[in-house]
Design a protein around this ligand. Structure first.
Ligand code: BTN
Length: 246
């Protein structure tokens, strides 16, 4: 692995409930360096955001978690971690000729289909103690039963990928960009907006008041989605708005 920290220590598992859960338990019992990576060929109950499951056929895709301690990020700005991870994944997809976008908050979309998901679990007290960055990337899977909105790298470019190489590329990108949230947030913010799915497009959303047409105009520092509708800008947290057009 051509990195300094990320993925220098890898725990390879054949089967686990969730690599995020495993990592969280593991670091409770062991003193670990940043960059510890836990990878599983198969997850029995992979976790997605908002209590969803993450489905991934065994051996076809990447499902892994990385342990980091981004103490340089304040709790208020923890959303910057989502930007760091999603933009790093986009940069690896780009190497393979795949132009992807981030569907807020951090789904990796190619066209109207999802090829990757991120679940960042932060342990916070006065600051961020540690984060477990869970990544599920659909690499070689061709058939997604019951998931009409899913796609994979192979489906997009009709080529089989070596999972170890893609994992290494992801570790390199994540490590290279790791200090960006500290150094210059404006670059990250701009890049995130530039790659934001449905940015500035008039499409349908649903919130607690019903269906409306609006356009995404920005993201607040705390990570809220800002949608403009009827000349007013409303801000939404994670579960407060649904994308209807996709
Ligand atoms: C989502 O899109 O809802 C997030 C999906 C995150 C899936 C990954 S797979 C590796 C890690 N372990 C988990 O249980 N979830 C994340």
């Amino acid at each position: 692995m051509n990195t300094l920290f990320f993925g220098q220590h890898i725990i390879n598992l054949d089967e686990v409930d969730s690599t995020n859960n495993y990592t969280s338990e593991f670091i409770r019992h062991n003193v670990m360096q940043e960059g510890l990576l836990v990878r599983a060929k198969s997850q029995i109950s992979g976790k997605g955001q908002r209590g969803n499951n993450w489905e991934s056929d065994p051996n076809e895709n990447l499902t892994f978690s990385i342990y980091v301690k981004p103490s340089f990020i304040s709790i208020d700005e923890q959303f910057v971690l989502n930007k760091w991870v999603s933009l790093s994944i986009l940069s690896v997809l780009r190497i393979h000729g795949i132009e992807a976008e981030v569907k807020w908050p951090n789904d990796i979309f190619v066209g109207n289909k999802k090829t990757g998901g991120i679940l960042i679990e932060n342990s916070v007290s006065t600051g961020i103690n540690h984060s477990i960055v869970g990544i599920g990337l659909n690499v070689n899977q061709m058939v997604f039963k019951g998931l009409p909105n899913a796609t994979s790298m192979k489906q997009q470019v009709h080529k089989m990928f070596n999972l170890n190489s893609v994992l290494e590329q992801l570790c390199i990108a994540l490590e290279q960009n790791y200090l960006q949230p500290k150094a210059d947030k404006s670059i990250l913010n701009e890049a995130y907006i530039n790659h934001l799915y449905q940015f500035n497009q008039e499409v349908k959303y649903r919130d607690n008041k019903g269906i409306f047409i609006g356009k995404i105009v920005g993201i607040s520092t705390t990570g809220q989605l800002q949608i403009k509708a009827h000349d007013k800008i409303r801000s939404y947290g994670f579960k407060e708005v649904e994308f209807l057009d996709q």
